[in-house]
Design a protein around this ligand. Structure first.
Ligand code: HEM
Length: 486
């Protein structure tokens, strides 16, 4: 394990050798398409990067990132794939974060009411601070609602799961499907106090949201359809945004009435109601709902694949902490649950829900990996595939393995700065000046609450685990009800 110094190295450390960045972009137009096919179909994303690390003997290299032609004008990036070079992407004095959320292409702004929403703004753009402030204020003002709201929605999810499993021998329960409907209602309720399913959206919210998300993210997806169809319809030309217009309008209707008081606050911050409303929609559906669709199945996947002894240890820790608080799930009780907290960090480290990060060099700069330094010119696009940075064995012993108690104790806590899921170090906080996830603390809390609610109800479980779109598919096959209350 190495002690990583901030970029530039510590004074006492010898300077690493300056090297030319290996790799080439190949023949214009043709090579980006070849790389896209390798990425999606012939190698898969992990091998795509790992094979090049071996080929160049370097965790920093030049490569074309999908989608490429005609979706993106320029697919050339400098990949940074280790724990030391990756964090350059968080330094907004060095990289520009304007229009790079989805990478080398940007979905049409007609999918977001004509606005470039917060996630696409660089902090140097004045609107960024106003919108981010609005979201940070919103999250802080709703803090006391999170535990009761989460518990009520997810208790109901688990009851449904139990009845699905009890329906017949060999019955299974699709967690992702239940999570979609539950997360959508929970997020509306927790942020704005009105459950979307009780409004004119009815039960259609999640399907409308999924369609709108698909229109923005399909260039980054494969669905298992014939390659020629996917290439033509998903990866080469944008889907016409008018096809998602009426769904977006219905979702917008929910926010313009449910979030009326937040829109009043937005006006005081100098934002128009309209721009604020498109941003609230984006933060709730793209950032939060999109995140929850990947995060919750990701945590359950890690638990399903872990040794059942971890389940017993979690159940014991959670139940005794809750008992000590008089049977209540409180923030104080959760704070005492060292193993539960560690499991959530470890799931986020192994499987960060948002795996790709981008930033354009604001000026000529030097990137440093464990082995060498590399010059990057102003305007070049830097790209990070986060799982390789957070599984870096130079920082994490057995970095490719899920170790539930990795972050327990003082030594464990020291590793937290290398957990990067929030587009920043876990030891830092989102501000109006950086690009770290505005929902960071909220996300950590609900991740823990999922584990708490689960092991208050169950001793252990089994599940089938697979891969879909951006994350994991978890199909629960058995639940063993809690045998004690701690
Ligand atoms: C930004 C992850 C939930 C609001 C980000 C980024 C990541 C991320 C990786 C940086 C993207 C980039 O610029 O490359 C997640 C995950 C979530 C989640 C995995 C859930 C599991 C939330 C929630 C909110 C939120 C609940 C609620 C407000 C934002 C905003 C930004 C952001 C506004 C842009 C920040 C800025 O422009 O400075 N999130 N997020 N996210 N997230 Fe989250």
């Amino acid at each position: 394990m190495v002690n990583i110094q901030p970029e530039g190295g510590g004074n006492e450390e010898p300077l690493l050798p300056m090297k030319e960045i290996p790799g080439s972009y190949g023949i214009p137009f043709l090579s980006p398409i070849r790389d896209r096919l390798n990425f999606y179909y012939f190698q898969g994303q992990d091998d795509f990067f790992k094979s090049r690390i071996q080929q160049y003997d370097s965790t920093v290299f030049r490569v074309n990132m999908p989608p490429g032609p005609f979706m993106a004008r320029n697919s050339q990036v400098i990949a940074v794939l280790d724990a030391k070079s990756f964090p350059v992407l968080f330094d907004v004095s060095k990289v520009e974060k304007r229009d790079v959320l989805t990478g080398t292409y940007m979905p049409s702004t007609s999918l977001t009411g004509g606005y470039r929403v917060c996630s696409y703004l660089d902090p140097s753009e004045p609107t960024h601070a106003k919108i981010k402030q609005l979201l940070l204020t919103l999250i802080a003002s709703r803090k006391s609602y999170v535990i009761p709201s989460f518990r009520s929605f997810y208790a109901s999810l688990f009851q449904t799961m139990e009845s699905e499993l009890a329906a017949s021998t060999g019955a299974k329960s699709d967690f992702n499907k239940l999570n979609d409907t539950t997360a959508f209602d929970f997020l509306g309720d927790v942020h704005f106090g009105i459950r979307p399913s009780s409004t004119s959206l009815g039960t259609e919210g999640p399907s409308k949201a999924n369609k709108w998300l698909f229109f923005q993210l399909c260039p980054l997806l494969t669905l298992g359809l014939p390659k020629i169809l996917e290439e033509l319809f998903l990866h080469t030309f944008p889907l016409p945004s008018f096809l998602a217009k009426s769904d977006y309008k219905d979702l917008y209707g929910y926010f313009s009435s449910a979030a009326a008081s937040v829109l009043d606050t937005a006006e005081k911050l100098g934002l128009s109601r309209e721009e604020a409303c498109h941003n609230l929609l984006f933060a709730t559906i793209f950032n939060s709902y999109g995140g929850a669709k990947v995060l919750f199945p990701g945590i359950l996947k890690c638990l399903a694949l872990a040794d059942p002894r971890l389940h017993s240890r979690l159940a014991e820790e959670i139940r005794s902490a809750v008992k000590a608080e008089g049977g209540k799930v409180t923030l104080a009780a959760i704070e005492k649950m060292e193993l539960t907290k560690s499991v959530v960090y470890e799931a986020l480290r192994m499987d960060p829900p948002v795996k790709f990060q981008y930033g354009k060099a604001k000026h000529d700069l030097v990137i440093e990996s464990h082995d060498a330094r590399y010059k990057v010119s102003k305007g070049e696009m830097i790209f990070g595939y986060q799982p390789l940075a957070t599984q870096d064995t130079k920082v994490f012993e057995n970095g490719g393995e899920f170790v539930g108690d990795r972050f327990v104790g003082n030594e464990g806590k020291k590793l937290l700065k290398h957990v990067l899921w929030s587009n920043g170090h876990e030891t830092e906080s989102p501000t109006v000046r950086n690009k770290q996830c505005a929902g960071k603390d909220f996300v950590i809390l609900v991740g823990r609450l999922l584990v708490v609610e689960f092991f208050l109800r169950y001793d252990t479980f089994t599940a089938e685990v697979g891969t879909i779109m951006f994350g994991s598919q978890v199909t629960v096959t058995s639940l063993t009800k809690a045998s004690s209350s701690g």
